[in-house]
Design a binder for this molecule. Structure first.
Ligand code: NAD
Length: 481
């Protein structure tokens, strides 16, 4: 009898990108890449160690001696090449994000288009930012800070890499990059784009590895001047603490528990679909998700009714299907985390309006959870205070606008906020009183020139536009007698 030979379609990744070439990993640890829709192993990646990381840092340091002196025009030219290279591979970037990470295809495509465009936004911002100012006998120049360590999470890895690299390049910094190790296949396609952009050797170096190995080496290495990090509050705090030993400049983009205020005069036909989209975007694994819906008591029953009907338009399932709104969680760990919070919400006395514990029927193979909306939530409950990072929305009722503002600001986070109302003047008034790095009125609006980042535990510093570039610059004054 002939033995059945099953073709192995898993991808094997064994290299890092250092000094413009792919080099075999010095680190030997191998990690499986698991597809979240069916828990199949789709790849294996050999993770970097401290030695790989030090080689990447050394390459970035060598490249900085020339790139640090580049002109605006030279940087702009590189940004345009990066834009073209990424714009040409939107389909591939989208497909690999859907497969490895599991976010709905429509969301992934929008993110990857945004990623390609952010290089042009950085170019525009670069030309708007004066790098030299002088008065009297004083001249101030904004100098690139040096080698930048860029560290990203798994929930939109390629987008964050593009946003950070764009600002670093615009500032004249070279980079050593540690993508999320859970995004290794996505990083391969990302690197193919970087290669196509034909950058100077050593400008962009990428080492795939664990946070406590590669990330920790980047944070403690004295040849790295700056860390731009997106990820959890706990790791952000450790980077700030450990980076102090070498006086690292840090930009930290951390978590959120964003309020979404529905004002008394809100049009629910518009606001409920928008609010569910804001809560469930990226399957709820979004730092900017509006996960606390603040509703006037007078409109509460209408809101509940509208949510019950509208949630049917947000199906959970196969992320390759363009109709799917919510895909699986990224890992077993993330699945367990979301389940723990749903259980906690029930234990603390919140009422499940839709969803609940367990997997949706027919989706038992993957890390799928039920999109869940809680009502009767008090703002001091765990589900209203902690970032769940899954498709779980808490509806909180309020008596008057002052109370809505107080509840909105009663959080340790301050990344994003949302206000919905028919009278835009009134919505602006409310927005002006919210403690958040960004407040969107009547919808999910983005502007790549506007600063992105948070108050309080949501982080330190800002990305995007001139604000993002300034974070990679150091002012230097020359004073003549
Ligand atoms: P994480 O903090 O665990 O990991 C983020 C990155 O840091 C990964 O690359 C990881 O390997 C690395 N890392 C881990 N330990 C490290 C260490 N000791 N030193 C250096 N690097 C280390 O976060 P995650 O689980 O990948 O992502 C989810 C979190 O990211 C959520 O809390 C979410 O709110 C946050 N997030 C924030 C934003 C934002 O812009 N504010 C955007 C997306 C996600």
């Amino acid at each position: 009898m002939k033995a059945l030979i099953k073709k192995d379609t898993t991808k094997t990744l064994t290299t890092h990108y250092i000094d413009g070439v792919f080099v075999e990993s010095h680190g030997r640890e191998v990690m499986d890449i698991i597809r979240p829709t069916d828990r199949q192993i789709i790849g294996r990646v050999t993770l970097a160690d401290e030695e790989d990381t030090r080689r990447a840092i050394a390459a970035a340091k060598r490249a900085f001696t020339s790139f640090g002196c580049s002109t605006k025009e030279e940087r702009a030219e590189i940004l345009r090449r990066l834009h073209e290279a990424f714009a040409a591979r939107i389909d591939d970037l989208t497909d690999v994000m859907v497969e490895e990470y599991g976010a709905p295809a429509v969301f992934c495509r929008a993110m990857m288009e945004s990623a390609a465009n952010i290089f042009l936004s950085a170019e525009k911002a670069l030309y708007e930012l004066p790098l030299t100012r002088s008065w009297g006998k004083t001249t101030v120049t904004l100098e690139p800070v040096g080698v930048a360590g860029l560290i990203t999470p798994w929930n939109a890895n390629s987008f964050f890499l593009c946003a950070k690299l764009a600002s670093a390049v615009a500032a004249g910094c070279t980079a050593v990059i540690k993508p999320s190790e859970l995004s290794s296949l996505q990083t391969q396609v990302w690197l193919a784009c970087v290669q196509a952009a034909n950058l100077p050797n050593g400008l962009c170096n990428v080492v795939i590895g664990r946070g406590d190995v590669v990330g920790a080496e980047i944070v403690r290495n004295p040849d790295v001047a700056k860390i731009s990090f997106t990820g959890s509050v706990a790791v952000g705090k450790s980077i700030m603490r450990d980076g102090a030993a070498t006086m690292k400049r840090v930009t930290l983009e951390l978590g959120g528990k964003s309020p979404n205020i529905l004002l008394e005069d809100v049009d629910l036909d518009k606001a409920i679909p928008t609010s569910l989209a804001i809560a469930l975007m990226n399957s709820g694994q979004a730092c900017v998700a509006g996960t606390r819906l603040l509703v006037p008591k007078t409109r509460l029953s209408a809101v509940k009714e509208a949510i019950r009907e509208t949630i049917l338009n947000f199906p959970v399932g196969d992320p390759t299907n363009p109709k799917t709104a919510v895909g699986p969680m990224v890992t077993q760990k993330q699945y367990d985390r979301v389940q723990t919070y749903i259980r906690k919400g029930i234990e603390e006395g919140a009422e499940v309006l839709v969803g609940g514990e367990g997997r949706p029927r027919g989706l038992e193979a993957g890390y799928f959870v039920k999109p869940t909306v809680f009502v009767n939530v008090k703002n001091d409950m765990t589900i209203a205070q902690e970032e769940i990072f899954g498709p779980v929305l808490s509806v909180i009722a309020y008596d008057n606008e002052d109370e809505a503002i107080r509840i909105a600001n009663d959080t340790s986070f301050g990344l994003h906020a949302y206000v919905n109302g028919t009278d835009v003047g009134r919505a602006r008034q409310v927005a002006s009183q919210l403690l958040a790095g960004r407040v969107a009125i009547n919808g999910l609006v983005d502007d790549q020139q506007a600063p992105f980042g948070g108050f309080k535990n949501s982080g330190v510093g800002r990305e995007f536009g001139t604000y993002g570039i300034e974070a990679f610059l150091e002012p230097k004054a020359i004073l003549e007698s």
